[in-house]
Design a protein. Sequence first.
Lengths: 490, 531, 169
Amino acid sequence: MSINKLLVANRGEIAARVLRTARAIGIKTAVLRHPAEVDSPAHTIADEVVTINGATPVAAYLDIDQIVELAQRIGADAVHPGYGFLAENAAFVGALDKAGITFVGPTQEVIDLMGDKIRARNYVEERGFPVAPSAIEDDNPATFVERARAVGYPLLIKPSAGGGGKGMHIVREESELETSIETARREGERYFGDGRLFVERYIENPRHIEVQVMGDGQGNVVHFWERECSIQRRFQKILEETPSPALTPEQRDDICESAAGIARAVNYRGAGTVEFIYAPNGGYYFLEMNTRLQVEHPVTEMVTGFDLVAEQLRIAAGEELGLQQSDIRQTGHSIELRICAEDADADFRPAIGDILLMDEPVGPGVRVDSGILDGGSVTTDFDPMLSKLIVHGRNRPEAIARARRAAQDYVILGVTTNLGYLDAILAHPKFQSGKVSTGFLADEAEALKQEPDDTTQDILMAATALSDARLVQAVENVPEIYRMMGGWRN
Amino acid sequence: MRRMQTQIRPETAEFKQASAQMQEVVKRFHDMQDKARHQRPQRDLDRLKRQGKMLVRQRLELLLDPGTPFLEFSSLAANDLYDGQAPGANIITGVGVISGREVVIHADDSSNKGGAWYPMSVPKIVRALEFALENNLPVVHICDSAGGYLEDMSGVFAPGGRVFRNQCMLSKKGIPQVAIVCGHCTAGGAYVPALCEHTIIVRDTGAIFLGGPPLVKAATGEEVSVNDLGGADMHTSISGTGDYPVDSEEAAMILAREIVGTFPRKPRAFDWSAPEAPYYDPKEIYGIVPVDYHVRFDMREVIARIVDGSRFHEYQPDYGTTLVTGYARIWGCKVGILGNNGVLFNDSSLKAAHFIQLCNQNGTPLIFLQNTTGYMIGREYEERGITKDGAKMLMAQAGSEVPKLTVLTSGAFGAGYYGMCGRAWDPRLIMSWPSSQMGVMGPEQAARTLGDVKLAQMRRADPDLSEEAVKELRDRVRAKAENETSAYWFTSRMHDDGIIDPLDTRNMLGIALTCAAGVTPNAPHYGVYRM
Amino acid sequence: MRRILEINGKETPIWLASTGQSQVLHLGDREIPCTLDPATGKGAYTLELDGTRISLRIAVGEEATFVHLNGRAYEIGRTDPSQTLGESGGGAAQDQMIAPMPGVVVSVSVAAGDDVAEGQALMVIESMKLETTITAPRDGTVAEIPFAAGDSFGGKEILLKLEPLEEAE
């Protein structure tokens, strides 16, 4: 079977990225668009733009029935969910299966299994893979708090149905335990519709290391090596790289083989990522498995030379994996920066505004996956990530240097972004030495702040005054002879 | 135009000494001017603070475009009158730039005697309004006056009407006026805002009424507050005497700027090109013009330090050599310059009349640089018709339609002062250098003549007049003569538009020319020349 | 030609002047001659300041100007001081609503003692076949309403009084 027409049930940079590959391999393409959305690159790449409706744009992208119906109407034989929205929604997969439309991703059962953090954890633990000490509410709600206490401090409370860093709380002291549980439960209800919790031992200064895996659902699985995603603000990744500077080659093999083993255990189909917590002593524990393509997949593509979306589409069309583990090698180093519309100096408050000027960086080893257009605008309708800047270098220092230059050359004016903040991270000696953990950004918050110096202030004020057309006009309106005399008094 | 050559040697000891002396004189002028502008009784300053009012010069800085010049007129008016109680006659007048347009400013100075109008305040305001009428310039009035100075009302009353008459004439000519009422406009003063097209009143400090609450109570027994009688809200919503109520003086200035910004711009008459600074250092004027008017200097050297690029096209250089005539540019404007180099003879008078007509023919503004002890006397000259020739010069000058500007650089005596466009001959501006002296005749001459007459009178009364008495009389008469021929005496009585530093003269002329350029001159038309 | 520029929360008043050759930026006591020339590229300019030539990108928004300089983006807030003062000039001291001409009260929606907000509808009147809604010029408390629905009133009569504002410190 081959895919004839692909509907991308997503938006922004990931929709554009998937559409580009689909077009390149000759598949007809369509993408969704809510009337409230501004123009974006995806709309120009797709052959067809299909309108979806909803009270809010987000609601529209979560409307399973409408999307399935649209897919049928336009004659799409496959749907790519991107990431977020319905990418890990088992019910969506079921609806597509019923409609006879191929879902580019794993099976409903696997999504179900891995989507439930607790079930996933148990499953993985039973098969001998390492997991962190924990307490699961569902096992026995009555004894939950006691068992949570027994996990030991510091511990991390997470919503079972959660992901993306939301609703998580670190508890360091007994006195905070019960209130934190209450808060986490309320947040679980609010964000995920499910207030059940589980509690894990919290590893101090952990590193977040994940492994890209790919399976064909016919028993074949390979891994595409690891990614390090320890640079996080409020539990959300903003900078990822591969290879991880923390791992020795043996540790790398070990952790990647574990991930592949987990994927093999569920006869995984499609692209997926197994996430681990890596402790300072070299130990690692299974965190969760994401049964979809991740935001940071491009760094893997840059070092391995593979187009992961092309592989996804091949596998969705029924092809065999056709790859040996030895076919997949890491060459050089890649870093990805997530460019978000937010004010890093104001606690990362999301920013809105019009994109008055945009100019993407270009150069060797520079790739930009963008969801915005010059002249577009940024609203609070969707999450604040605007684009991804990915660089590749022959080694980590070269990748860092290229990333810095590209971040500095990336011009986005009109809305506040975290580009300056990301550059400050890249410049930080601790980052450059590779000695980071997930607490890095919080620990170095002060050092990462940047205030313009006096000369810069003068330059900014001069530029602002001289580009203010009405101000300049008011001055030009004064007859020249008076301007030349200046503020003379007799 | 070719650049002038100079004979001045600024490195010589004599030059340096002369320059130092003149700088002394100029410094004394600046000190006097600073005192007149800024020294105020503490009582008045405290009162302003209590009332929440700004000083008048602070108001000006907010009103005018930042980084633009302000030419102040008659800063030393009334300097030796009223025991020095009314510096500048309590009024600031001048021309400045607001929202890119030239505007004549009249601002009451309430930091002295509540801004009361003394008798000399009236001609100062009248003069500013005349300047506006002649040059078609809009006027902004900052009104904050206690009204006529009570002890000298008779001196203010009759002439005062001319202020309001000029306001009516401005309106008749289509020239707009703005009034910013930041204080009380009482009795006659109430007409200033009433005769303006745009009146802004500041709440709680500004008020307009023909009689204030005490007067009303005395006259009719009615008790009424300042605000109810003539405050901002009453006049801008009920009586219609005012147009815009504002909450603060800052807001009033911003609003006035906005209003002026709506006035149309005028096209520019005359011949303009890109301005060029003088080639020679203007500061050398201090060493060129001596403090003693008896000492001669070459007016050309002064011209070379005032005009663009020190370029001057001299007309009739070898004829009538005691009068220099020629074309130059000042701040880019082509002008015709007449400058004295001594006494006026028949030929210099004829040359002047001729050159004045020439400039009128080609629409060139005239600049008169005075340094004269008058027309030549003596039988030979009378027979050749010196008076007739002087009359022709006066006739040409009076028939001029182009704007005229006059600077008294050193001496200005006799009819020469008239012929070279003195006050009575309607120069758009006439200003004097601090060392200049003027009068019917020189002070020594005056002292001697008057002294002789008085001495004869005294001797008739007392034949045994002592040596001391004679000396005392002569000294007294000479001191009076010297005092009454000084620039300060004249400027105090509004016989000129102010004393000015020689270094500031170029800018003054440039501003005056730009103001004048808003009116295209008519074709000239002269009376009868006695040939 | 004055502006107030804000960078990172700090406000600086400036004014701009120009001589023949270049503009001059005035901040406090300092004068900075500067010129801005377009350069090649989107929004690209060269700023000459203090003898140095600086390349930058500029995008001008409604209330702020955005500059990309030396690899970083900056936002500079712009305020025209005359705008802010102009706004505070209106009706703050109005305590009385005065009838513009004779008419009839159609309806009254507040009573003496009520607290009202700026812009709140107080009463509807009809004059010369025109209905007008009288709204509160400022926040305040109603002191007195001399007329009721159905009453006629003459021109210049007071339709509603607000309690006078207390003197602010």
